[in-house]
Design a binder for this molecule. Structure first.
Ligand code: SF4
Length: 148
């Protein structure tokens, strides 16, 4: 099923209805839970906004569970000054340390990258993690040849 609402958890606040930019969700009649409007399934772009805004974790898509959308913690939001500092301090890395990045850190970074915006939430990015230095050198050479 594309769109599922747990009636026990849903508090009928209508946040998912408001969040859907495509206006595909409607509140059910009386005390029933929100539903997808009949016949619009193919218009859903799987953006996940409806899942992310549900404060009770009642809503799930086939491709996204409430656990995939942890709540935003207000105390960790950055202000304008912090955002400016963060963006200005960004540098492209040209020289790398001779030290492997911990596997846990790599996994976390790849997982977090999935929250980056993409058109229709298509996430058209794939990662290939190579830790073998000989293979890295081989690939680096191929990239240089490909760019020449
Ligand atoms: S995933 Fe996006 S487009 Fe689909 S029903 Fe939810 S909010 Fe609407």
């Amino acid at each position: 099923m594309l769109f599922y609402v747990d009636p026990e958890k849903c508090n009928r606040d209508g946040f998912c209805v408001e969040a859907c930019g495509r206006r595909l969700i409607e509140m059910g009649k009386a005390d029933s839970v929100p539903t997808l409007i009949a016949g619009v399934e193919e218009l859903c772009i799987n953006c996940g906004h409806c899942v992310a805004v549900c404060p009770s974790g009642a809503l799930a898509l086939q491709t996204m569970r409430p656990e995939d959308c942890p709540q935003i913690r207000d105390e960790l939001l950055i202000d304008l000054e912090q955002a400016e500092q963060f963006l200005r301090s960004r540098r492209s890395i040209r020289n790398y340390k001779d030290k492997s990045v911990e596997r846990d850190k790599l996994n976390k970074l790849i997982q977090v990258s999935g929250y980056a915006p993409s058109a229709s939430n298509a996430r058209p990015v794939h990662f290939l993690v190579i830790e073998n230095k000989t293979e890295i050198r081989l690939l680096s050479g191929l990239v240089v040849i490909g760019c020449a």
